[in-house]
Design a protein around this ligand. Structure first.
Ligand SMILES: [Zn+2]
Length: 66
């Protein structure tokens, strides 16, 4: 997978235009949130919306799911 594939635009939740590009990643710590996790920041070039994905990382060894 190349870098350019990471930056592929996808559909904006707000304006439904295929203009969303990835900006950068932060950790939960950068934002002062508790726990482990990653925050993906993106924005829409069409409507200017900012999109943030909060992805918690469950650090506990609790793999007891079926
Ligand atoms: Zn948009």
């Amino acid at each position: 997978m190349s870098i350019s594939e990471v930056l592929i635009m996808y559909e904006c939740f707000n304006c439904l235009s295929r203009s969303v590009i990835w900006d950068c990643d932060f950790s939960f710590e950068d934002y002062g949130y508790d726990g482990e996790g990653i925050i993906h920041e993106c924005h829409c070039e069409n409507c200017g919306a900012r999109i943030m994905y909060f992805i918690p990382i469950d650090d506990e060894d609790d793999q007891t799911e079926k």
